[in-house]
Design a protein around this ligand. Structure first.
Ligand SMILES: Cc1cc2nc3c(=O)[nH]c(=O)nc-3n(C[C@H](O)[C@H](O)[C@H](O)COP(=O)(O)OP(=O)(O)OC[C@H]3O[C@@H](n4cnc5c(N)ncnc54)[C@H](O)[C@@H]3O)c2cc1C
Ligand code: HEM
Length: 508
């Protein structure tokens, strides 16, 4: 049992070398920390021996107490804590912080296994949260150990959605591969978005999740068997290399060439690729190349002639964003993905899923901003009142909540369609709505991020401390508006798809 003290006892420890404070009902001995304190010694010295709860929560995130729990020496006898630190796996009780099914409302979409699955995934992610944050702050490479841990927990494979690749994978909460559906997948992306800063997330799963389907669905069986499992278990890394300095949105104009060797045993690849997510870390590059009569996809293994250089973007270098050069790279013909000159089919085949992944992450990102703002507006006092007591702030929150909820409801409908359509029907019916939803998602993020930043004030543009999530969101939400099909292209695609089904007989 932890030690207990009276408030009078704590008050006797009020000097620089013997300095205790009370936060809520916990007692901290900060004697050895006061000179190391990032906020300087002065603010702590002023509160030596006293109750520092209000000042502490005005300036720090609760996670600071978890990180520095080593300074806690006990608690105040007979007092009940006002604030609780969430237990790993626990759902938030803040209104709108969880989607409605997970905050007590009825829903036709989720079964018991989804609830259990979320709890388990949240626990796993809580264990890794500090490591993800550190990576973002140090711009580090996601380590092999981290990737393998995600592989062992089954979470890498779950990021790819339902399918035969889940056979033999340990899925959290004992979900069977055949039970795993797109709502389980949604939960995985939401839980990642809650914990993993955007750039780190792309370095860990962003490149992988858009590239591995090309191997699972189009590699020759022996190539798939040789590599897919290692990639799904985090032992090897893969990225998708399509974009070039010359061409982004217009994939048909890529210039990287693959020429068949005289004996027909391999291709010789030459060209450059730009902005390749996790390209700096990858052993495999699923690469769009120009062959004899069209576009083809090749699985290129890192080796002689492959060079990757870092590209610095506005998010964390942990994303491993790379400029990739192929200089006379020899690639065995067996590494062709799909059929020669029919690479477009491979490129297009995963677009719906790639975009769905982004929608799920975007929805959770918007929702987390709502939670952060509700908490902050409730605890920040300005002009003698809480921010939430100002009608203008409540109006901003109303905008944020309604946009997140409206978007999420559309997303759940699309996810339900994914669950109940076969691949052909998904391709036929969902490309347009998913593109429009992606357009809507990034407009929603734009508005939510803007309001959140205003609510946090200076902290919303400061990388550490209370506003760190909102600052990161403000700096990175645009990535979703450009990657995986830019906003303009998505909007246009959505309307063009709708016009394909426009009835000839319809007139005003
Ligand atoms: C950080 C980062 C990571 C990335 N990761 C990868 C990756 O892993 N693999 C990969 O292959 N690629 C990757 N990309 C590339 C990304 O997919 C492209 O940036 C995207 O396709 C847009 O291409 P672009 O930037 O060349 O813009 P452009 O095609 O030059 O377009 C510029 C702007 O014009 C608009 N526009 C273009 N055409 C039209 C039109 N017809 N009508 C109206 N507006 C139009 C676009 O919407 C865009 O806003 C990444 C990019 C970034 C920045
Ligand atoms: C357990 C006790 C404490 C710990 C572990 C701690 C830790 C930290 C840390 C890590 C930061 C960096 C910012 C962040 O990550 O949020 C910080 C900032 C700061 N702390 Fe503390 N702190 C403690 C108690 C206090 C107390 C009692 C005060 C008194 C008011 C205080 C005042 C400040 C100030 C003024 C800042 C700068 C905040 C800013 O600029 O926004 N801290 N503290």
């Amino acid at each position: 049992m932890s030690k207990t003290f009276t408030r009078e006892e704590v008050a006797r420890h009020a000097s620089e070398n013997d300095l205790w404070v009370i936060i809520d009902t916990d007692v901290y001995d900060l004697s050895n920390f006061v000179d190391l304190h990032p906020g300087g010694a002065f603010p702590i010295l002023e509160l030596a021996g006293k109750d520092a709860t209000t000042d502490f929560y005005g300036l720090h995130r609760q996670e600071v107490l978890v990180k520095y729990k080593r300074y806690k020496i006990g608690s105040i006898a007979g007092e009940k804590a006002q604030f609780s630190i969430p237990q790993p796996g626990e759902l938030s009780k803040v209104p709108y912080a969880e989607s409605s099914a997970f905050s007590g409302f009825k829903s036709p979409y989720y079964k018991e296994s989804h609830f259990q699955f979320r709890t388990e995934v949240r626990k796993i992610m809580a264990e890794l949260a500090e490591e993800f944050r550190e990576l973002d702050q140090t711009d580090g490479k996601p380590s092999d150990e981290l990737m393998q841990k995600l592989g062992e927990t089954g979470l890498l494979a779950c990021n790819v959605g339902p399918g035969p690749h889940l056979k033999g994978i340990n899925i959290p909460a004992g979900v069977k591969p055949e039970e795993f559906d797109y709502f389980h997948e949604m939960i995985v992306h939401e839980e990642f978005a809650r914990v993993v800063p955007r750039g780190v997330d792309d370095g860990v799963i962003g490149g992988f999740v858009i590239a591995i389907p090309t191997v699972l669905n189009f590699a020759k069986p022996h190539i798939r068997e040789k590599h897919a499992r290692d990639i799904l278990l985090g032992k090897k890394r893969i990225c998708l290399a399509i974009t070039e300095p010359y061409t982004g949105s217009d994939v048909s104009r890529i210039r990287t060439t693959a020429k068949l060797s005289a004996d027909g045993s391999h291709y010789i690849v030459n060209g450059v690729k730009k902005w390749i997510t996790s390209g700096r870390y990858a052993q495999f590059f699923s690469t769009a190349v120009r062959t004899d009569k069209g576009l083809s996809m090749l699985l290129i293994e890192r080796g002689e002639g492959v060079e990757t250089k870092a590209i610095r973007t506005s998010y964390s270098p942990s994303a491993g964003t790379a400029y990739v050069t192929f200089d006379n790279v020899k690639v065995p013909v067996e590494n062709l993905l799909g059929v020669e000159n029919q690479g477009f089919k491979v490129v297009l085949s995963n677009f719906n899923h790639e975009r769905l992944v982004m929608l799920m992450g975007a929805s959770a990102a918007g929702r987390l901003a709502v939670e952060e703002c509700l908490k902050w507006a409730n605890q920040r006092k300005v002009f003698g009142k809480r921010l939430i007591d100002q009608p203008v702030i409540r109006n901003k929150l109303a905008n944020m909540i309604s946009q997140v909820e409206a978007f999420h409801n559309w997303l759940e409908n699309l996810t339900f369609q994914m669950n109940h359509m076969n691949y052909a029907e998904q391709s036929e019916k969902l490309a347009g709505p998913i593109a429009l939803a992606k357009y809507q998602a990034t407009r929603m993020l734009h508005n939510v991020s803007d309001d959140a930043c205003q609510i946090f004030g200076g902290r919303g543009i400061t990388k550490t401390g209370m506003g760190r999530y909102v600052e990161m969101m403000q700096r990175t939400y645009k990535f979703s508006a450009i990657l995986g099909g830019s906003e303009e292209i998505m909007a246009d695609l959505g309307v063009r798809q709708a016009m394909k089904h426009f009835p000839k007989e319809a007139r005003l």
